[in-house]
Design a protein around this ligand. Sequence first.
Ligand SMILES: [Fe+2]
Length: 228
Amino acid sequence: MIDWHTHILPHMDDGSHTTAESIMLLQMLCSQGVKTAVATPHYYANAESIEEFLKRRQAVFNVLQEDKPEYAPKVILGAEVKYFHGISKMPNLQKLMIEGTDLLLLEMPMRRWTQYMISEITQLSAVKGITVVLAHYNRYLKQQSKDLWDYLYKNDIVLQANAEFFTDFSTRRKAIAFLKQGIIPLIGSDCHNLKHRPPKIGTAYEIIKKRTNTGTVEQILKYADSFL
Ligand SMILES: [Fe+2]
């Protein structure tokens, strides 16, 4: 199992604050069946250059690699890139793609997206050869039109759902309905820390297994594997 969205790198953002906490998060992921965790610290283009971010990310990754136990999930590097007007024209954006893939995890604003924003999402793949993954699409459902997800999915935009979409009672039914409609997401825990935002990806998969036809979990896992 792959966890596509985590804040497990220490000292990078509002996620893990220490290497010890990162290791405990990795242990939790391991016990939930995760073999690979994609580290996706926040990247804000208005705060630092891509080069500075990559340097910082590599430094903390090296420390974590050295300290993490052998049985812990493999960590691969990525970023959660915050959308800004004109992002489709930003040079070197490919450097923020998830290691070994052409996937870019994109965080969109929490308001109704304009037509320009939606065209920038599709522009990124047309111009830069990037496959856009919309981070935690479940958080934007209320603000966007119902047809948008089907449109994006059909246009090869990848949707990433957080585990909470499946574990929360208030959204579970909707999350399963999307699966039954044929919209398969990449699932991520979006874990930040042990106390307030621990990983719950194992529970999300258990719920999917219980509530869908046989084969859905396998379909999700196969879809995830196709990118790595
Ligand atoms: Fe996140």
